[in-house]
Design a protein around this ligand. Structure first.
Ligand SMILES: *[C@@H]1O[C@H](CO)[C@@H](O)[C@H](O)[C@H]1NC(C)=O
Ligand SMILES: *[C@@H]1O[C@H](CO)[C@@H](O)[C@H](O)[C@H]1NC(C)=O
Ligand SMILES: *[C@@H]1O[C@H](CO)[C@@H](O)[C@H](O)[C@H]1NC(C)=O
Ligand SMILES: *[C@@H]1O[C@H](CO)[C@@H](O)[C@H](O)[C@H]1NC(C)=O
Ligand SMILES: *[C@@H]1O[C@H](CO)[C@@H](O)[C@H](O)[C@H]1NC(C)=O
Length: 507
């Protein structure tokens, strides 16, 4: 069973808000101007009392609940919504919650109920004793890497800059779980129509909304929990859904865990990791923990081989086994890696560097798992990091990561070990500081309202979208070109070949 959605009911909050507005309006009505002038001090005290009474009476059952208190007395910065507020469409349940209610049907082989529980964080992590500090263990979950749609939706319902009045919104969020909707059909022989069905229905619904018609979607945004390539099918026989190629999507900003570098409407946001800090103190403690960690291995590789020709992971795996004095292996053919395990966390915590070949897409969740543990990522494809996550990582990838051309590794021109050994302790320390700088920015915090001080990945993503929409409001045209879509077709073809491999391992 999925627990009730959201930590607190948004409807209840709206009700409370409108109630207090009502009280204020009544107290300060113009008909009582005389009373105002002559009894201002008395009135002030009385209204203060009334407001407190209202708050305490309506909230008595929750008064000791931290999240409720946060909402009543928001941090000073929380009130500023300089780039405007977001309106969340109240979509029919078939576009979001119904997937969670039918979570056992989302994948042809397994139930996804456990993976998508806890507002998308998944089941609580186990087996972390002695690996992470004891009091931080409850902040860890085995989070599914494609759970972003649920995590963003829950946060957005509780967002400090959410508005219930569409007239006053600067941006419109469409909480459609497009990745979860198509996930079921990706690995089976399904028709193009099946893969696009929910997208078609959603398009019809949204296009009928007056605020859509006003802008043709240019102030709308959506979050994709899967990579952009899963929504860019151009031929019926290819991989994925064709959602992004539909006319409906041509003006909508999309947050996605991997963007297309040719499409400025795509914004890449971090894959969720398993660590969801409950407070700013959790982040501070974690940073302190990884900064002072004694690391025993020079580098580590976590991955499984694929049965495809020239599989680069197989090569790294073999290399790592051969270099076992300096490389630590977590072989995903032997360890279940998909949603994270204590073995992975420990391997990254114990290594200075981690090898990050491309995954099924160019990026991998593992990049974030690695950096979270304070290990320095080593990339072999520029596209794993260049043009990705620009709002979250330092602008120069060389400042926080190492790049080694895969061709040099394949033809034996370069030894990964020698390259990594060439970094002095001082270099490693300096690069690692840059990794630490990014950690708070790519985490998804536990409280639905976010943290008090840190801006996490969600805050950064939504602030960024609001800023972009504000800048674009001059009517600048979107830059999604046909040419870009054509260049991506060859990629889509490549992916079909790789992903239709039987008994595929996702990691
Ligand atoms: C997939 O389904 C189509 C039509 O239903 C069929 O023609 C095709 O042979 C199937 N392909 C595989 C690999 O089963
Ligand atoms: C929205 O798109 C339609 C069809 O392309 C066009 O006729 C209409 O003028 C557009 N509206 C705005 C506000 O740009
Ligand atoms: C995108 O928005 C512009 C105006 O903002 C509009 O003219 C255009 O028709 C829209 N495109 C689509 C495909 O709706
Ligand atoms: C690992 O060692 C084996 C046996 O010496 C060798 O055949 C293989 O090529 C090595 N792998 C790599 C990636 O160097
Ligand atoms: C769209 O982007 C491409 C590549 O970034 C650029 O060359 C082109 O001028 C842009 N077009 C518009 C209309 O902004």
């Amino acid at each position: 069973m999925i627990p009730p959605f959201g930590h607190s009911s948004p409807d209840l909050q709206t009700l409370k808000k409108s109630k207090s507005t009502l009280v204020c309006k009544k107290t300060f009505s113009p008909g009582q101007a005389y009373f105002f002038v002559h009894h201002r001090a008395w009135l002030f005290v009385t209204s203060l009392f009334l407001v407190f009474l209202l708050i305490f009476v309506t909230d008595t059952p929750h008064i000791y609940n931290k999240s409720t208190r946060l909402q009543l007395f928001p941090a000073p910065h929380a009130e500023k919504c300089e780039s405007g507020k977001v309106y969340v469409y109240n979509l029919p349940e078939m576009f979001n919650r119904e997937f969670l209610n039918k979570c056992h049907e989302l994948d042809p082989w397994h139930s996804r109920c456990n993976a998508l529980s806890n507002n998308g964080f998944g089941p609580r992590a186990t087996g972390l004793a002695g690996i992470v500090p004891e009091n931080l263990a409850p902040a860890w979950y085995w989070t599914d890497m494609f759970a972003g749609e649920i995590i963003y939706h829950n946060r957005m319902l509780n967002y400090k800059c959410r508005t219930m009045e569409p007239e006053s919104a600067a941006a419109f969020y469409v909480p459609f779980y497009a990745g979860i909707a198509v996930g079921k059909y990706l690995f089976t022989n399904s028709s193009a129509m099946e893969r696009d069905w929910h997208c078609e229905m959603l398009t019809r619904w949204v296009q009928n909304q007056q605020y859509w018609k006003r802008s043709n979607g240019s102030d709308h945004f959506i979050m994709f929990g899967r990579a952009t390539w899963d929504f860019r099918r151009t031929n019926d026989a290819d991989w994925g859904s064709s959602f992004i190629n539909k006319p409906f999507m041509q003006n909508i900003t999309r947050l996605t865990i991997e963007r297309s570098q040719w499409d400025p409407l795509d914004v890449s946001v971090p894959y969720p990791t398993g660590f969801h800090p409950r407070s700013d103190a959790d982040i501070r403690q974690w940073l302190n923990f990884v900064r002072t960690r004694k690391r025993k291995s020079l580098f580590t590789f976590v991955g499984g081989k694929r049965s495809i020709k020239n599989d680069f992971r197989s090569l790294l795996l073999s290399y790592c086994y051969n270099e076992s004095d300096s490389c630590r292996v977590v072989d995903c053919a032997r360890t279940r890696c998909q949603d994270g395990t204590s073995a992975i966390i420990e391997a990254f915590l114990d290594s200075d560097f981690c090898l990050q070949p491309r995954g099924d897409a160019y990026t991998r969740r593992s990049q974030f798992d690695c950096m979270l543990a304070g290990s320095i990522p080593v990339f072999f494809w520029k596209r794993s990091v260049y043009d990705q996550y620009q709002w979250f990582f330092p602008s120069d990838p060389a400042s926080f990561s190492v790049f080694i051309d895969r061709k040099d590794v394949r033809n034996g021109a370069i030894s990964i070990r020698r390259v990594l050994e060439s970094f002095s302790r001082e270099d490693v320390r300096r690069i690692r500081e840059k990794v630490f700088e990014s950690i708070p920015k790519f985490l998804y915090a536990n409280p639905s309202q976010g943290l008090e001080i840190s801006t996490d990945a969600f805050d950064i993503a939504i602030n960024g979208v609001l800023r972009r929409i504000k800048e674009q409001r001059g009517g600048r045209k979107s830059n999604t070109t046909k040419e870009a879509n054509e260049r991506e077709t060859s990629w889509a073809q490549y992916q079909v070949d790789e992903l239709t491999v039987k008994n595929l391992q996702m990691y």
